[in-house]
Ligand binder design. Structure first.
Ligand SMILES: NC(=O)c1ccc[n+]([C@@H]2O[C@H](COP(=O)([O-])OP(=O)(O)OC[C@H]3O[C@@H](n4cnc5c(N)ncnc54)[C@H](OP(=O)(O)O)[C@@H]3O)[C@@H](O)[C@H]2O)c1
Length: 298
């Protein structure tokens, strides 16, 4: 948690889409700890109301707003409320997003394709389009994309396409806003333990994933850099736990020992044969290489 001295974002106004759970909620919590005023949005008001109460701190304001980012009217209304209650936005976190079941292009229903594109790509555009007039020099836009914005996963065509498209939007935005002094960060997390996996891969090994708090922590480090510097793209991926590395090292050590013993046995065998008399032909090793020639024992 940020201390009074380190609250460098104190008094900043942050709008977070998809703040009801997962990565959006973790980012909202981290921004609250830094002393930001918060606008928290998700489709259902009830899902952000409680969170707004939890995150309210002395001296900061927290406003829950229902907004389906696929709906241009709802997004317009969000911008109106924001302007009326806060007058500006310093940090916009475009985080709301959905995945879809693992289905090949041939099997993916058109309505799922449309829903994913409408949320992850068009929704990001709509919110940015409406909120941008409320942003001024020194503010920041963060688009939560995914590693699927730069590589593809078979069975996730709509998700991959939406995130690739959103990266194009993000990169364009950065160049358009650079002269205006507005930073644009592309956040590209790898597998993170959130509810999104229930749609994509219900039995995914969650223990191997990052926590949403880790992603939020990395983003906070980028947001806390001086305003004249931008982390343009922030990729963060899970890495194996140190314990797992030790296990792997142990496993590879014992494999090396077994290989060494096998080599030793082959050498002994060859030495016995050579001492018994010259060989007739070159002998291929089990690995397909030549271990020795008949006249050159190893
Ligand atoms: N988890 C991962 O492994 C991972 C990795 C890379 C990137 N991401 C990205 O991170 C973002 C957050 O995902 P998450 O993993 O935290 O998933 P999550 O736990 O399912 O959260 C998704 C959030 O988006 C909101 N949302 C969904 N559709 C919406 C809509 N039409 N309008 C407004 N809000 C909407 C949800 O709220 P309601 O349902 O209440 O509306 C919820 O708050 C997504 O963009 C996702 O693509 C996730």
């Amino acid at each position: 948690m940020a201390t009074t001295q380190t609250k460098r974002l104190r008094g900043k106004i942050a709008l977070i889409t998809g703040a009801s759970r997962g990565i959006g909620l973790a980012i909202a919590r981290a921004l609250a700890d830094e002393g930001c005023h918060l606008l928290l949005t998700a489709r259902a008001l009830s899902s952000v109301e409680n969170i707004a109460k939890q995150l309210a701190r002395r001296g900061t304001r927290t406003l829950p707003v229902a907004c389906d980012i696929r709906d241009p009217h709802a997004v317009e209304a969000l911008a109106r409320i924001t302007k009326k209650d806060f007058s500006r936005v310093d940090i916009l976190i475009n985080n709301a997003g959905i995945a879809h079941p693992d289905l090949s292009v041939a099997k993916l229903p058109y309505d799922i394709w449309q829903e994913v594109l409408a949320t992850n790509l068009t929704g990001t555009f709509l919110v940015t389009h409406e909120i941008l007039p409320l942003m001024r020099r020194g503010s920041t836009i963060v688009n939560n994309l995914s590693i699927a914005a730069t590589r593809v996963f078979p069975g996730s065509s709509a998700y991959n396409a939406s995130k690739h498209g959103a990266l194009g939007l993000t990169n364009t935005l950065r160049e358009e806003l650079r002269p205006k002094g507005i930073r644009v960060i592309a956040l590209l997390p790898g597998a993170t333990d959130t509810e999104i996996w229930k749609t994509l891969w219900p039995t995914a090994p969650r223990k191997k994933m990052m926590s949403p708090q880790t992603v939020a922590k990395a983003l906070m480090a980028a947001l806390l850099l001086p305003e004249n510097s931008t982390v343009e793209s922030l990729t963060i991926a899970p890495s194996p736990k140190p314990q797992t590395i030790t296990k792997r090292k142990r496993a590879s050590k014992s494999k090396r020992r077994i290989r060494h013993q096998a080599r030793q046995r082959r050498r002994n065998l060859l030495a016995q044969r050579v001492s018994a008399g010259p060989l007739e032909a070159q002998r291929p090793s089990p690995e397909g290489g030549i271990l020795c020639s008949r006249r050159k024992p190893i």
